[in-house]
Ligand binder design. Structure first.
Ligand SMILES: Cc1cc2nc3c(=O)[nH]c(=O)nc-3n(C[C@H](O)[C@H](O)[C@H](O)COP(=O)(O)O)c2cc1C
Length: 449
């Protein structure tokens, strides 16, 4: 029933704050991106707030789209390698899910299957994989390729890659290991399966040298926004990330994804649609707005323009900054979803180029008081525009704590958010089924996607 729906929330950190100037805030930590103690504390705070998971985005390059001079004015140049960081954090947390990004374009499926299976065991079933095809050309240059692979070809490889990874995860039956000291049998020989995959892009023999993940498969996230990307996400993902410009766009996307999942033979309720939300959270709405203005006042215009131009893949030189945003051709290599999100915002709110630049420097952050943010989450979740949110904070100090201490209790009071983790694994607490092995007969109640 619609009024029983609870939000799934992932903490989606940009350690230095999403606003480009957040790291300069006097209250922000000295080194928000490479200091493990700071990061550990933030994740432990998110766990105190019962976030179902926390999700690390990643690209395999420094953000080249900003020139070095502009980049040097942000905290966005350096970050930990995600699997290494997650492994460390898995020992410092108990319940929160650990979802991270790995690319299907610049990777080998054997590596990826092995790493996530290991993380799932290390964390007692809390691992999740955000499957990306890598959208920025700078990434190809770090892997010996002059040309970034074409969009649809990347998805074809991604499909094959995903099949191999899930096949490798099924290498060992759940009950493969006997470890019988008496008889001397460590595992049942018939309980290990050889993949022997030979396909268009990849050949992998298998089996994997890690036991089947505790969750069967780590939770799968995907954020395709093109038609081919959405169809892929609806077939494979348990959590689908998106950027929704407003409530109506959110509802459209939600309905489309649930329809695509159903067409793919899946239970739409087990596919969680999770838009990103970027919030500066105050103890009151007025306090949040004041904080945002303080961060805005620190924006260097050249840096803001460089940010806007990189998002839109468009050169604004020669345009009047106080004039309207002109027609912008669809990005070839960047994120079409992100580009559309910004252009729709400009159209809807009649923003000038300068206004959109200011928003770009905020990188989408919006100011909220606790009540206002709880209203927003409740409206979207009860109104079937989202099953939950990926929550990013605009600043590096204050918003996370305000969310945990003020927004979470308000959501709980309204019955829109769980009071505690309900299951042992990430899949259980999010409410998505544990997939059976492809080698095992399906058991009633399990999904057979
Ligand atoms: C919330 C969210 C998080 C994303 N995280 C990543 C990421 O960490 N790494 C990455 O390469 N792409 C990331 N993407 C980009 C998507 O994977 C995808 O490429 C993009 O939405 C464009 O869709 P398309 O690939 O179907 O064209 C993210 C997108 C969204 C909306």
């Amino acid at each position: 029933m619609a009024d029983k729906r609870e939000a799934v929330l992932f903490f989606f950190p940009e350690w230095g704050g999403m606003h480009m100037t957040a790291w300069r805030d006097p209250e922000a930590p000295a080194d928000p991106t490479m200091d493990f103690a700071t990061i550990r504390q933030m994740v432990q705070t998110a766990e105190r707030g019962k976030f179902h998971g926390f999700f690390l985005a990643d690209t395999l390059a420094i953000r080249h789209s900003l020139g070095r001079a502009e980049l040097s004015r942000t905290a966005k140049g350096v970050r930990f390698e995600p699997m290494t960081l997650m492994s460390a954090l898995s020992t410092q947390t108990e319940r929160i899910g650990l979802i991270l990004t790995e690319s299907t374009t610049y990777n080998e499926p054997f590596h990826v299957a092995r790493q996530f299976a290991s993380l799932d065991h290390l964390s007692d079933g809390r691992a999740g994989w955000n499957v990306v095809t890598s959208g920025t050309p700078a990434e190809s240059l770090n892997f010996g390729r002059e040309e970034h692979m074409d969009h649809d070809l990347r998805y074809r490889r991604g499909e094959e890659f995903f099949e191999i990874v899930t096949g490798l995860w099924d290498s060992w039956d759940d009950d493969a290991f006997l470890r019988d000291k008496e008889s001397g049998v460590y595992f049942h020989p018939e309980a290990v399966h050889q993949l022997d995959h030979r396909g268009e892009f990849l050949s992998v023999a298998g089996p994997l040298n890690v036991a089947r993940p505790i969750q069967g498969r780590p939770l799968i996230a995907q954020a395709g926004s093109s038609p081919v990307g959405r169809a892929f996400a609806a077939r494979i993902a348990d959590a689908i990330y998106t950027l929704a410009a407003d409530f109506d766009k959110g509802r459209e996307f939600y309905e489309e994804i649930k329809g695509l999942a159903s067409d793919a033979g899946r239970d739409p309720a087990a596919v969680k649609v999770m838009p990103a939300m970027i919030a500066v959270v105050g103890r009151t709405q007025a306090e949040a707005e004041e904080r945002m203005e303080r961060l805005d006042s620190l924006v260097v215009p050249e840096v803001g323009m460089a940010q806007l131009e990189s998002i839109l893949e468009f050169d604004f030189s020669g345009h009047d900054l106080d004039g309207p945003v002109p027609e912008v051709p669809e990005t070839k290599l960047g994120s079409r979803g992100r580009q559309q999100f910004f252009l729709e915002k400009a159209r809807r709110e009649n923003l000038s180029i300068r206004g959109l630049m200011q928003f770009a420097a905020r990188t989408g952050a919006v100011a909220f008081g606790p009540e206002e943010l709880a209203d927003h989450i409740e409206q979207w979740v009860r109104g079937e525009a989202a099953d939950g949110f990926n929550v990013t904070f605009g600043d590096a100090a204050g918003s996370l704590e305000n969310f945990v201490d003020l927004v979470v209790p308000e959501l709980q009071r309204r019955g829109v958010f769980h009071r505690d983790y309900s299951g042992a694994t990430l899949r259980e607490s999010v409410g998505v089924p544990r997939p059976p092995s492809r080698y095992a007969p399906a058991v009633a109640g399990e999904s057979v996607d």
